[in-house]
Design a protein around this ligand. Structure first.
Ligand code: ADP
Ligand code: ASP
Ligand code: MG
Length: 442
């Protein structure tokens, strides 16, 4: 079995849906995971915000605009009247759910239910399009098998049992379509795997089915060596190891949800990144194999807060760091970078939900300084820290205000903390040095 995931752009227009159909129609059995059509999840998030702020008229207007866009797409995509009627009826039920939610009390569950509608729409429409085109496709509702546990980890036993049971009811299908992103939580309520979560859905499914390969089809020809939204002349990387891909995704490379490689790396199931608009391009193959050395790619993660903790009493006296970390543990807040000196420890977090409580507790025994609007710029590559070119990086960045450096945490990663206002300059300077000035580092 193969698992193929198509992102928002890939199902965002009739032309691209036709490309997807051509990619999946080779007769090989596969699970196809779809995101919402591009722009839909953002629109649903906005609708949810309007409801939260009791902006009823604005919410209804946004729902209507989205509804009209879907009716237009269906009108163009489907020629078969029976299928078109079926899809129109389904779409009406989805927009009824949205309209009904407008006067409800805004809760987490209501928000999750609203944002889940995007994937429900795209998969229903696309599955009927495939049937119209003569492809033996069936729809498997993700909410009938995808679930996370109390630690927000995939409940693999439940997923495996239920997914196999569902596939067993329609064993002759060639293509099993399902929704990315959405899942149930441990209480059986509608939840999701966070923004960009369809990639994660695909690898969770790939792992439980022991798929031959998971393919992530998107709007670019693979994993690039820097963020193409901010830097010119970036290039696709042919091969990445699971470790490299995991570091880059965690540190902000938007092409992959941060957890994408976790479910499959233990089973050595390859992840291939491909471009729906250019299927002949090689893309990127992510496996356990290590290729090349030195700096392979650069990524950046925004919305970072730096916390400096200074103590009048001896900081590195034993037990101090434990006390600090226990506070972050108590508030379930992950720490990304840490540096220490004799009188202070600096660390970074990307989730400010409990910042106030954390600071209150730290201030009981230390002075605390907060810097926000920071970004982590992360350089990744096999044995990067030993590479002879690495020391020159600091020369390249001499005019950039680097607030923290993490070097040596792993052999494959160097992280720099900069003001977000300096991120672009940092990415561009590093890119010029690593991939343009230096002829061959990899
Ligand atoms: P999808 O909707 O298919 O999931 P995403 O928008 O989530 O697509 O991810 C693809 C986008 O990620 C690309 O269009 C590109 O702008 C952005 N991106 C950021 N960093 C990278 C990178 N290192 N390599 C490739 N794309 C990247
Ligand atoms: N539709 C969801 C989002 O926009 C999930 C995804 O695209 O992977 O975040
Ligand atoms: Mg994505």
């Amino acid at each position: 079995m193969l698992v193929l995931k198509f992102g928002g752009t890939s199902v965002g227009s009739i032309e691209n849906m036709t490309n997807v159909k051509n990619i999946i129609k080779d007769g090989e059995r596969k699970v196809v995971v779809l995101s919402a059509m591009s722009g839909t999840t953002n629109a649903l998030v906005e609708i949810s915000k309007c409801i939260e702020n009791i902006e009823v008229e604005d919410a209804l207007k946004r729902i209507d605009t989205l509804h009209q866009a879907y009716l237009a797409t269906i009108g163009e995509l489907l020629e078969d009247d029976t299928l078109k009627n079926e899809v129109e009826t389904y779409v009406e039920t989805i927009f009824d759910v949205l309209t009904d939610s407008v006067n409800k009390l805004h809760t987490k569950l209501l928000h999750n239910t609203i944002v889940a509608q995007g994937e429900l729409l795209s998969t229903f429409i696309f599955s009927r399009f495939l049937i119209q085109e003569g492809i033996n496709a069936v729809l498997l509702p993700a909410l009938d098998f995808m679930r996370v546990d109390r630690n927000n980890e995939p409940d693999n036993f439940y997923i495996k049992q239920n997914l196999n049971r569902l596939i067993g009811t329609v064993p002759k299908a060639d293509v099993y379509i399902t929704q990315g992103f959405i899942s149930l939580d441990a209480d059986g309520e509608v939840a999701n795997l966070d923004r960009g979560g369809s990639d994660y859905t695909a690898t969770i499914i790939g792992a439980v089915l022991k798929a031959k390969e998971v393919q992530i089809w998107t709007d670019i020809d693979g994993f690039h060596n820097n963020d193409p939204r901010y830097v010119n002349n970036t290039k696709a990387i042919s091969n990445l190891s699971f470790d490299e891909a995991a570091e880059l995704a965690y540190f902000g490379a938007k092409i992959l949800h941060p957890q994408t490689v976790m479910p499959v790396r233990a089973f050595d199931i390859p992840v291939r990144l491909k471009n729906t608009m250019s299927p002949e391009s090689y893309g990127t193959l992510i496996t356990n194999e290590i290729h090349g050395e030195g700096i392979k790619a650069i990524a950046a993660k925004d919305n970072i807060t730096a916390i400096k903790i200074k103590s009048a009493r001896m900081l590195l006296a034993h037990g101090f760091l434990k006390k600090v970390f226990e506070i972050f543990e108590k508030y379930e807040t992950a720490i990304d970078m840490v540096t220490t000196s004799e009188i202070a420890v600096s660390l970074t977090i990307d989730d400010n939900t409990h910042l106030e409580s954390i600071v209150d507790e730290l201030e009981k025994f230390a002075r605390v300084e907060i810097d926000d609007f920071m970004s982590i710029v992360c350089l990744v590559g096999n044995t990067i820290i030993y590479h002879p070119d690495t020391p020159h990086l600091f020369q390249v960045l001499q005019d950039v205000n680097v607030r923290m450096i993490a070097y040596g945490g792993s052999n494959n990663n160097i992280s720099l903390l900069v003001n977000t206002s300096d991120k672009l300059e940092t990415l561009q300077k590093l890119h010029r040095y690593v991939f343009e000035t230096r002829s061959v580092l990899i």
